[in-house]
Design a protein around this ligand. Structure first.
Ligand code: ADP
Ligand code: MG
Length: 349
């Protein structure tokens, strides 16, 4: 198996910081924008913000962000043997396991998207993710043969087999493994945004691996301008479309730099929870604007699973702004839901 996986696909290019670098700061009494960054979830977070006062202690705010993200990882990281999620996944069927508030939030947001997407988004894909060889820890032997149908059947998830008994207590009635990889980065961005707001910051953009939250205006004084990248497995940064966001949450799921190969066939890292197989022909990327970044992140993954017609219908039903990029023989082609149009139009002016 050849493996080309860039964790934390940066499919969105934050454009506003570039404008900031050109020295377009506002009048002299205003604070210039600052940037913070750090490592998290196998990638990096960035915060671009306008300090509310000149004496603003950015290092103190960053310490709170780092502590918050560390607590989140200690709960939800499937990459850590000591996390709550790993303990739950390793526990025998029927054993009641402790979970924290972030874990509960992940479950309820996931259930919401699971139901509204007819099961396209499903955090109980954990065993399938491992079976297909892109879980953690990485398999010792590369996957050289496709898994057997009965192994796929046995690894199928069941969200209805996971029940919260009481606050802080979770149990499974079948041997399922949870994996919140498709929503946790977005949720992490919501947490950072919460910390930044709590420090009195009104104008900011923050992102983890391309999942973005914005508030107020960017360094040029207008809305934050976010670029949706053109699909290219090698070159980054070619912008295909721009959206304008003031108070917004945008996430992207992409397949063009994140896939694996078995028996010469290329497979998506997104699994169709119903078939148990990687999605055969997913869009190259899907970007979603939703009420929170966690929801946008989960929905972006769901739209990688849903086919084109169904995806568009589900986007309209759920009043979501969605932008799809497809690859065909002649190049790429794009599609959007009606709610996305105003964000694109705004960016044209
Ligand atoms: P990225 O990791 O590129 O940001 P996503 O947010 O779409 O992309 O998350 C993909 C990850 O989510 C996969 O690597 C896998 O762990 C998990 N996953 C795969 N298929 C599904 C699915 N249908 N529903 C929920 N999680 C999924
Ligand atoms: Mg996602």
């Amino acid at each position: 198996m050849q493996r080309r996986r860039v964790i934390g696909l940066l499919s969105l290019l934050p454009l506003a910081p570039l404008a900031g670098a050109l020295g377009l700061a506002g009048c002299s009494r205003e604070q210039p924008f600052q940037q913070l960054e750090g490592a998290t979830m196998g990638t990096r977070y960035h915060i671009r913000f306008k300090p509310p006062v000149s004496s603003f202690d950015a290092a103190a705010m960053q310490a709170v962000v780092d502590a918050r993200l560390e607590a989140l990882n200690a709960s939800l990281s499937t990459y850590r043997s000591d996390s709550l999620i790993t303990a739950f996944n390793e526990a025998p069927v029927g054993q009641v396991m402790p979970i924290d508030a972030d874990f509960e939030n992940m479950l309820s947001l996931s259930r919401q998207v699971h139901q509204a997407s007819s099961g396209a988004f499903d955090p109980t894909v954990g065993a399938l993710v491992n079976l297909w060889g892109f879980g953690w820890p990485k398999p010792e032997q590369p996957l050289i043969r496709l898994p057997e149908p009965k192994a796929i059947e046995a690894a199928r998830g069941r969200f209805d087999a996971v029940t919260q008994m009481a606050p802080g207590k979770l149990v499974k009635h079948a041997p399922v493994r949870l994996d919140f990889s498709a929503i946790a980065k977005g949720y992490g961005v919501d947490l950072i945004a919460g910390v930044v707001r709590a420090h009195g910051v009104q104008h900011f953009m923050t992102e983890i691996g391309g999942e973005v939250a914005t508030q107020g205006s960017g360094p040029t004084g207008g809305p934050w301008r976010i670029g949706i990248e053109a699909p290219d497995p090698v070159v980054t940064g070619r912008v295909l479309a721009r959206v304008h966001l003031t108070n917004g949450s945008l996430a992207t799921s992409g397949n063009y730099r994140n896939f694996f190969e078995v028996e010469g066939q290329r497979f998506s890292h997104i699994i169709d929870p119903v078939s148990g197989y990687p999605v055969p022909q997913p869009p190259v990327s899907v970007s979603v604007i939703a009420p929170s970044v966690a929801l946008a992140d989960a929905w972006a993954t769901a739209f990688m699973v849903l086919d084109e017609e169904r995806g568009l219908a589900v986007a309209e039903e759920n009043q979501l702004a969605v932008y799809w990029v497809y690859q065909d023989n002649t190049g790429h082609r794009t599609r959007q839901s009606s709610r996305m149009q105003p964000y694109l139009d705004a960016a044209k002016h």
